[in-house]
Design a protein around this ligand. Structure first.
Ligand code: NVA
Length: 209
């Protein structure tokens, strides 16, 4: 398993490796996180995710990419609200559209967090500045406050909405304490599921090999 910054590094490793290489996070995607997240969503919302809606609020980053891919593979609706200039990359969105056409997911990309979370079964957020973007953190902290997941935003979603975050969180920035520790939060079950999902990846690769 390789956790890298540049996605091309993990691709190069896979090209020259005689054993499977797992992407443990790159600047493009975070599939290990995505698998743990859908395990958590299935535990909380059931196996049939068709017609259920995941709303991502924040940066169109690696985690958002893996959630888009997972949701559209599973037929789950996906909405994302980002500040202008922080949308998912166009090729990522186009791939999501292709998967959505195959599975029947509805997609929405907006700059309005309230529109994104309307009728959402899952609200998901992540840090405003990812690893490797530390130099941009100050500037991003000025742009992202309207995208904070707080009680007022959570109240716009379904009453039984669950709130997710891949952690570590910057409390008071992308998520407030009352939401992270509140009744909608599934953060700790989600964190535990990283371990179970990663065990499943290893088991699958060993059986497959
Ligand atoms: N988007 C974050 C995820 C951390 C698990 C990062 O890349 O730093």
């Amino acid at each position: 398993m390789a956790r890298v910054f540049a996605h091309s590094d993990v691709v190069t490793l896979a090209e020259y490796s005689r054993v499977p290489v797992i992407n443990g996070l790159s600047d493009y995607s975070h599939p290990c996180q995505g698998l743990a997240d859908f395990l958590t969503i299935i535990e909380k919302k059931g196996r049939d995710l068709k017609g259920k809606k995941l709303a991502f609020v924040g940066d169109g980053n690696n985690v958002a990419t893996s959630l888009l891919f997972g949701a559209t593979k599973l037929g789950m609706d996906f909405a994302i609200a980002t500040p202008p200039g922080y949308e998912l990359p166009a090729p990522v969105w186009e791939l999501g559209q292709k998967f959505a056409a195959e599975s029947g997911s509805c997609l929405l990309a907006t700059h309005d967090p309230v529109e994104a979370v309307r009728d959402a079964d899952v609200i998901y957020t992540d840090v405003w500045a990812s690893m490797g973007q530390e130099a941009e953190a100050e500037m991003r902290a000025k742009v992202f406050p309207p995208y904070q997941v707080n009680a007022a935003l959570v109240a716009k979603a379904r009453p039984d909405v669950i709130v997710m975050h891949c952690l570590p969180a910057h409390r008071g920035q992308e998520i407030t304490d009352d939401v992270a520790d509140g009744p909608h939060s599934v953060l700790w079950d989600q964190a535990e599921n990283r371990m179970h999902a990663q065990k499943a990846i290893l088991a699958e690769l060993m059986v497959g090999g």
